[in-house]
Ligand binder design. Structure first.
Ligand code: 0O2
Length: 214
């Protein structure tokens, strides 16, 4: 870390370390909330919208890259005011409507505040990327008392997740030749629209079958 950050104000650096740990504690809070919902859906309903979850802390290199991309040098304030995905949780669902079920169950909890919502499902990115991104906060208890702490939650179906993993390889691997990037990029954009159609049709079948079970 010191190699990346150079000779920065150590007070600022310490505030950053504490904040990084605080974000990790925030992710644990949301992890527990999601685990509780997962158990409750499993036991009490005939369909659990949560397929699986993944939690990650943003690596310092990636954090610094994002900060520079946004036009800031390292400082605690620049990080706190501009980077909201230090802690991230990905929730993978089976069906498209499950995404809103999980979103609602999570955001209606009284200690959760919705800070930001980006709906790349209704409005996919130019690449074809689809997901629902939420920045939500929860109080984390520090010595001074409760401190609101942001965590980014990405919600997507199994299909959207498979697509994003493959497209991520194409986009972020530096050694892929440009011709392939363009060719596969176009192809993947098409597959994103096709997947959306398939997932919408499968949702309709699922909803119809659910009627027979209720
Ligand atoms: P990493 O290592 O995956 O975490 P903001 O975070 O809102 O200030 P930003 O970064 O433009 O601004 O947010 P955006 O675009 O809403 O979401 C960023 C994250 O979404 C990315 O993380 C990716 O994980 C994912 N993502 C966004 N667009 C695409 C895309 O076109 N293809 C794929 N595969 N993933 C995408 P990071 O921060 O880039 O890095």
């Amino acid at each position: 870390m010191s190699r990346i950050l150079g000779d920065y104000d150590t007070t600022d650096l310490r505030r950053f370390f504490v904040y990084y740990q605080q974000c990790q504690a925030g992710a644990k809070e949301f992890g527990a909330k999601l685990e509780n919902l997962d158990s409750e859906f499993e036991i009490l309903t005939n369909h659990n919208p949560i397929h699986h979850m993944e939690t990650r802390m943003k690596a310092p290199q990636s954090l610094m890259r994002k900060l520079r991309k946004k036009g800031y040098d390292f400082s605690f304030d620049a990080i706190k005011n501009n980077i909201f995905d230090i802690a991230g949780i990905r929730v993978i669902t089976n069906y498209i409507e499950d995404i809103n079920t999980v979103e609602e169950a999570l955001t209606k909890q009284t200690d959760v505040t919705l800070l930001k919502r980006k709906d790349y499902i209704s409005h996919p990115k130019p690449s074809g990327y689809r997901s629902l991104h939420l920045v939500v906060s929860v109080p984390v208890f520090r010595r001074s008392g409760p401190v609101s702490t942001p965590v980014e939650i990405q919600l997507r179906t199994v299909g959207m997740d498979m697509w994003a993993s493959l497209e991520h390889k194409l986009r972020y691997k530096t050694n892929v030749d440009q011709q392939k990037v363009e060719k596969y990029g176009d192809q993947l954009k098409g597959y994103s629209a096709e997947l959306n159609q398939i997932e919408t049709n499968m949702q309709a079948i699922f909803n119809d079958l659910q009627k027979d079970q209720s």
